[in-house]
Design a protein around this ligand. Sequence first.
Ligand code: ADP
Ligand code: ASP
Ligand code: MG
Length: 407
Amino acid sequence: MSVIVQKYGGTSVADVDRIRNVANRVIKTYNGGNDVVVILSAMSGVTDSLIGLAHQVTEDPDRREMDVLLATGEQTTASLLAMMLVSMGYPAASLLGYQAEVLTDDAFGRARIKEIGANRIKSFLGENKIVVVAGFQGCDEEGNITTLGRGGSDTSAVAIAAAIKADSCEIYTDVNGIYTTDPNICKKARKLDQISYDEMLEMASLGAKVLQIRSVEFAKKYNVPIHLRSSFTEEEGTMVVEETADMERVVVSGVTYNKNEARITLKKVPDQPGIAAKILTPIADAGILVDMIIQNIRAGGQTDLTFTVPKLDFKKALKIEEEIARKIGAEEVLGDEHIAKISVTGIGMKSHSGVATKMFAALAAENINIMLISTSEIRISCVVEEKYTELAVQTLHTAFGLDKENE
Ligand code: ADP
Ligand code: ASP
Ligand code: MG
């Protein structure tokens, strides 16, 4: 007998028929003699519409109340699935995040899991029940409801799997595995049988939303193998595991894109020591994460400084910079929300040169202008106009030899 954690994402629980499909899968696993803990997302689109509702109330919703609201999405699906299982004659019970003792810090909207008690999960399992846990939510030390950031149910699943020492953690979604790039924008994307935690971490941090980055961090830390697969078919998906010697060692293993950032440029800034700190410290003080930064030197003791911030913080950052521009005597502040960051990743890059130039040449051949560049040991990212996202991803996928062979 094994302890199996199964997580089903938004499209897999989008309506009652799909919840029935989930119930049947869960029952099959249970009837195989296993202990089953199911983690659910909200129905697809529900979290977005709850956010929309809050913004009809106020432009800047209170963060604590926002989490109380958002947690209802997962409360709905967890109760519906447990109710369905019971109606089908199987013992089942749902638990909300706090009942499953998912203890987090108090960073509403992006809380981090500190520890999971899981006593009630274990005692329900002891009673032979199927346990259904609402994903994406927990509570802080004071008992306030918190949520784990978009896509956070993945993290709930992996953290619970680690806490109860599950034998496997299956993440069911609307694609049948992890691909070299998003199969929904690149027809030639190739499905991977396995991927290392480190490569998946890199892809997730650069925008591949197939797994939330924190779920991969947890999986790596507690050595939880993840099996990512489709909830609509029976085929094997992709295993996310510790790197092994026999893993495919290509220079570039994936292409990712991220449309969630915006660009801010301060033009004609006096070029003096300390100016970058003056421009960027207030952004950091406001809790806004700056990703890429570039400085262009002009003639005449002036410089332009460009940086990117999450789109969600764009308006706030722009306001801050308009104020700073006045103080330091910069000519103007420009903002652009229509950008995309395209990245190529691969552990093999560590020992290879020429990846960056190949990337730039491939984009240039398609007349795609590069606005910003950043590199690390195992990735290169370029910011381009948002409208070129698909073309840039497809071009790089082909240029680095990742296309699947013709079937
Ligand atoms: P869920 O609601 O099940 O959590 P998500 O929408 O969060 O599902 O994640 C699945 C989506 O991730 C896919 O539909 C796909 O468009 C996207 N995706 C992005 N990059 C990749 C990739 N490299 N491999 C597979 N899917 C990817
Ligand atoms: N419902 C949440 C979201 O849409 C969490 C999740 O689906 O993982 O982000
Ligand atoms: Mg997701």
